[in-house]
Design a protein around this ligand. Structure first.
Ligand code: ACO
Length: 399
């Protein structure tokens, strides 16, 4: 790679690189990906080991601070997050001003931006204490906001966080608990969700993380930057793909169209139809996260006592696609979104909550990158160039 970062002045040359396919915007020590080999590591640790042995908060610490926490550090971190889960009561009223049909991703980004209004005096990106406090606040409050967006969409009362519960169990209770009823956390569901969240925690300079960094490079605070990242994640080519995969599978099932015929339509690019949950800018091999999700899909559905024909349909679709030259030539494999939706559905999450779940997973990565950027002396405001192709100068004619 060519490092032009020392050229702080314009050289007179501009590289035109749609989609930043060949352009690095930063150096980073957070996550390593080898897309050809299908390797993903957070701070050097293989994703397979973290997903098997670690917890969401332990990995969050690793991403944020660069090393795994000791037992006492993790306990203190967990404890601190539990103490910050409550939302200001006024912010709870914010939800009632939104329509019941509101997509939970829109609610999540709007409420995250609104959080900023409560902490304006404590949101200086250059004040390490503010940065630390708001890191904790976001980790604690965003899951609550996501759960309230869910509750609002199904017309149920919001529950207060139960700080006697672990991070994931509390989140499950906020989503599925009902007022005045005891909620028993299903340990299979809890561990499965924890694993999925770990798999999503970071993915280097993806579209939403790059958005967080770009917004953060202007000096915007964590709430504004993360809210922007949530909006970037919402799109179906990024995090929104997990919702789109389920819609695609349901549409194939309901239309009675054969999987083979659907694949033909994808290959012919009929009406721009794509195989959602397939393909990746960086992975030109099986996405290691998708491999882990696929492995646990059967196990989790069995353990939850759920049988879903959409999982069989997804497997059939994968098998046909992977043996087809169109997908082989383009090196298109399932990505992390292909199998996650089937598991979230088995857990009882409505389809529209799938992308907010991705956002809760990705939050530690967004925060880690935002923080890395703030402390990097090389950071400059992000400001891409363009190649102008419009009209040359011309005189204004009066109407
Ligand atoms: N289905 C059918 N064809 C595809 C797919 C797909 N899912 N993905 C890529 N292709 C084709 C393209 O049409 C293109 O074909 P061509 O050479 O004939 O023009 C070729 O493969 C290369 O694809 P690009 O669009 O250039 O790849 P890019 O890196 O720009 O896009 C992306 C990556 C956006 C993920 C793309 O693969 C896609 O749209 N996938 C479906 C949506 C999806 O699953 N997104 C989630 C990504 S992972 C994440 O964000 C967590």
């Amino acid at each position: 790679s060519i490092d032009v970062s020392t050229l702080t002045k314009k050289t007179g040359y501009t590289a035109l690189d749609y989609g930043f396919v060949n352009t690095a915007a930063t150096k980073s020590a957070v996550t390593y990906i080898d897309g050809d080999q299908g390797i993903l590591r957070y701070r050097g640790y293989p994703i397979e080991q973290l997903a098997t042995h670690s917890s969401y908060l332990e990995v969050a610490w690793l991403l944020l601070y660069g090393e795994l926490p000791s037992a006492s550090e993790l306990e203190a971190f967990d404890d601190r997050i539990r103490r910050h889960t409550l939302l200001h009561e006024d912010l709870k009223r914010f939800f009632s001003s939104l329509p019941p049909t509101a997509h939970p991703m829109s609610v999540l980004s709007a409420a995250t931006a609104a959080l900023s209004t409560y902490y304006e005096d404590e949101s200086d990106p250059h004040n390490p204490e503010h940065v630390e406090l708001n890191t904790i606040r976001m980790l604690a409050k965003l899951p609550v906001i996501a759960a309230y967006a869910h509750k609002k969409s199904v017309g149920q009362a919001f529950l207060y966080p139960d700080n006697g519960l672990s991070f994931v169990d509390n989140f499950l209770k906020l989503n599925f608990g009902v007022l005045s009823e005891v909620y028993e956390v299903n340990p299979v569901m809890s561990r499965a969700l924890e694993r999925l969240l770990i798999l999503h925690e970071d993915h280097e300079q993806n579209a939403s993380t790059s958005t967080v960094r770009l917004v953060g490079s202007t000096g915007a605070n964590q709430f504004s930057s993360i809210s922007a990242g949530i909006n970037a994640l919402y799109g179906p080519l990024h995090g929104g793909a997990n919702e789109a995969v389920l819609a695609m599978l349901a549409q194939i099932r309901d239309s009675g169209e054969s999987v083979q015929r659907f694949v033909e339509r994808v290959k012919n690019k009929e009406d721009g139809v794509k195989l959602m949950g397939f393909g990746h800018r960086v992975y030109k091999n099986y996405d290691p996260r998708a491999k882990l999700v696929k492995e646990s899909a059967d196990e989790v559905l069995d353990a939850l006592g759920v049988s879903d024909p959409l999982l069989d349909l997804a497997k059939e679709l994968e098998e046909i696609a992977l043996s087809d030259d169109y997908f082989k030539d383009r090196r298109l494999y399932p990505n992390v979104d292909f199998y996650t939706g089937v598991i979230y559905k088995a857990m009882g999450f409505p389809t529209r909550m799938f992308t907010p779940l991705f956002a809760i997973g990705r939050l530690p990565g967004w925060l880690a990158h935002w923080r890395e950027m703030q402390t990097d002396p090389q950071t400059k405001i992000g400001r891409p160039q363009q190649v102008y192709i419009g009209s040359p100068e011309r005189d204004y004619p009066r109407i």
